[in-house]
Design a protein around this ligand. Structure first.
Ligand SMILES: NC(=O)c1ccc[n+]([C@@H]2O[C@H](COP(=O)([O-])OP(=O)(O)OC[C@H]3O[C@@H](n4cnc5c(N)ncnc54)[C@H](OP(=O)(O)O)[C@@H]3O)[C@@H](O)[C@H]2O)c1
Length: 418
C-alpha cells in the first residue's frame, strides 16, 4: 500500500477517554472535513459512536469514521496504523498499553505522537525502538502535552534566540511553572501510579528516575546536572523563592534528550531545571517549603504499595473521569523559561513565555497534541531527524510554536530586561 492510499490523515486513538475526546473535539472544531481526514479509534463501538455523535452535533462534520481495536491486540493496531498517516494516542497508562502501538507504527511507517509523562516507559521505547524508528524513518514523538511541550519548546525558543542574537546558546536554562489552573483526570493519576509501580519492581525504571540523563541516547547518559530540585530554594536568577516542580522529573529529562538528539546545540555543559516560583516575601518562603514538603510526602506515600493501591481505589478519580467543562474552559497556564549565557561582550539573559487560556492538562493539552499531529501530518517540522524516538523539540521544533500561536497560545521570546 502506498502512502497516498491511506484513507486517514490522523487517527485519534483513545477517543472515548477524557484527553482523547477533547483532542477529537479540538481537531473536528478546528479543521473541517475538506481540510483533514480524521478518524477516531477505541475498543468499544457503542462508546465510540456516542463520541462521534457529539462531534457531529457541534462541528462541520456529518460523520467521523470510527476504527475499532484493542491496545492488547497487535494485529488490530497494525491495521489501524496502516490506514493513517499519523496516530495521536491518549490510551494510557502507556506503560501498560503503549508499547504494541509504537511497534505497529514503526512496522507500518506511521508517524506517532502521544501524551506520556511516564519516563520509565519512554526509556523502554528509547532502548527498544529508537534504532528501528530511525531505520524506518518514522517519527515516534512522545510527551506532546503539558508534559513536555511548554518546557521543551520554550527551551528551544530561548536557545534559538540566544544563538541567533548573541552567537552562543545559554549555558543555563530555568523553567518556571508560573501559574496554572485546571483539574486532573483519573487516567493521569493512574499513569502517575504506574510510574511508582514500575519503580518498585524494575531496576531500569529506578535507574531512569535516579539519573537526570536517563533518556539520553545510550553511552551519553551523563552530564553536569545533578537532578531535580527537591527543597525550597531562593532562585539565583530571579531572587524569588522556588519549590520543586512535580513535572521536573519528566520535563528536565525530555529537554536533555532534545539537546542530545539534536547534536548538543545547547552545549555539552548545558544545565536545565524546572521549578515553581512562589514569590520573594516570607509567605513565598513558607509556601515553597510547604510545597516541597507536600510533594516529598506524596512521593513517599506513593512509593508504598498498600498506600498506592488505597489511593487508587478510594481517593483518586477512576480512569475515564476528568475535570469539569468549567475547569477546562476557565483554566490557564503560563510557563516562563529564562536562559543565561555569555557572549563575547558579556553575559545575557533570554526569556520565553509559553501559555494559554485553557487548563494545562486537558484543554491546553488537546491543542498541543492536536497541533503536534498536524505538524507531523503536513511535515511542518524543523529537525534534521526523519525518524526515531523523539521529543517535541527534536521531532517537530519551532513550527509547533508557530501553529500554537495561531490558535491563541502565547509563545514569545526576547532579551530579558535585567
Ligand atoms: N502530558 C499531559 O499533559 C497529559 C494530560 C492529560 C492526560 N495525559 C495522559 O494521557 C493518558 C490518558 O489520560 P485520560 O485522562 O484521557 O485517561 P482515560 O480517560 O482513562 O482514557 C484512557 C483511554 O484509553 C482507552 N483504553 C484503555 N484500555 C484500552 C485497551 N485495552 N484498548 C484500547 N483502548 C483502551 C480507554 O478506552 P475506554 O473508554 O474503552 O475505557 C480510554 O479511551 C494518561 O496516560 C495520562 O497520564 C497526559
Amino acid at each position: 500500500m502506498s502512502d497516498s492510499d491511506r484513507p486517514y490523515d490522523i487517527v485519534v486513538w483513545g477517543a472515548t477517554g477524557v484527553a482523547g475526546r477533547l483532542l477529537a473535539e479540538y481537531l473536528a472544531e478546528q479543521y473541517p472535513p475538506d481540510e483533514l481526514s480524521l478518524a477516531i479509534g477505541g475498543r468499544d463501538a457503542d462508546r465510540l459512536a456516542a463520541v462521534e455523535a457529539d462531534l457531529c452535533a457541534g462541528t462541520a462534520w456529518d460523520a467521523v469514521p470510527t476504527v475499532l481495536g484493542d491496545a492488547t491486540d497487535p494485529e488490530s493496531l497494525r491495521a489501524i496504523a496502516r490506514d493513517t498517516h499519523v496516530v495521536a494516542t491518549t490510551v494510557g497508562p502507556y506503560t501498560t498499553y503503549g508499547t504494541p502501538l509504537v511497534e505497529a507504527c514503526i512496522e507500518t511507517g506511521t508517524d506517532y505522537c502521544d501524551l506520556t509523562g511516564e519516563v520509565n516507559w519512554v526509556r523502554e521505547t528509547v532502548d527498544r525502538y529508537h534504532d528501528a524508528a530511525v531505520d524506518a524513518e518514522t517519527r515516534i514523538v512522545h510527551s506532546c502535552g503539558f508534559d513536555s511541550v511548554p518546557a521543551d519548546i520554550g527551551t528551544l525558543l530561548v536557545q534559538s534566540y540566544a544563538t541567533e542574537t548573541f552567537g552562543a546558546p545559554c549555558e543555563q536554562v530555568r523553567i518556571y511553572l508560573e501559574s496554572a489552573s485546571g483539574g486532573v483526570s483519573g487516567g493521569t493519576l493512574a499513569s502517575f501510579a504506574e510510574l511508582f509501580e514500575a519503580a518498585s519492581k524494575d531496576p531500569v525504571a529506578r535507574e531512569t528516575l535516579r539519573n537526570p540523563y536517563s533518556l539520553a541516547p545510550p553511552g551519553e547518559r551523563d552530564g553536569v546536572d545533578r537532578g531535580q530540585q527537591r527543597l525550597a530554594r531562593k532562585d539565583r536568577l530571579t531572587g524569588e523563592w522556588t519549590a520543586p516542580s512535580p513535572m521536573a522529573p519528566v520535563n528536565e529529562r525530555v529537554v536533555r534528550r532534545s539537546n542530545a538528539l539534536l547534536g548538543y546545540p545547547y552545549g555539552r555543559e548545558f544545565q536545565c531545571s524546572e521549578v515553581v516560583p512562589t514569590g520573594r516575601s516570607l509567605v513565598g518562603a513558607a509556601t515553597s517549603s510547604a510545597v516541597a514538603g507536600g510533594l516529598g510526602l506524596f512521593s513517599a506515600a506513593m512509593s508504598v504499595a498498600p498506600v498506592r493501591s488505597t489511593l487508587r481505589r478510594f481517593v483518586f478519580p477512576a480512569p475515564g473521569e476528568g475535570p469539569s467543562e468549567r475547569q477546562i474552559e476557565n483554566g490557564h497556564f503560563t510557563v516562563r523559561v529564562l536562559g543565561r549565557g555569555t557572549a563575547t561582550d558579556g553575559p545575557f539573559t533570554v526569556e520565553a513565555e509559553f501559555g494559554t487560556d485553557r487548563d494545562p492538562g486537558y484543554g491546553g493539552t488537546a491543542r498541543m497534541l492536536g497541533e503536534s499531529a498536524m505538524c507531523l501530518l503536513r511535515d511542518e517540522v524543523d529537525s534534521p531527524l526523519s525518524g526515531g524516538v523523539l521529543t517535541p523539540a527534536s521531532g517537530i521544533g519551532l513550527p509547533l510554536a508557530e501553529r500554537l500561536r495561531a490558535v491563541g497560545f502565547t509563545a514569545s521570546v526576547g532579551e530579558a530586561s535585567e
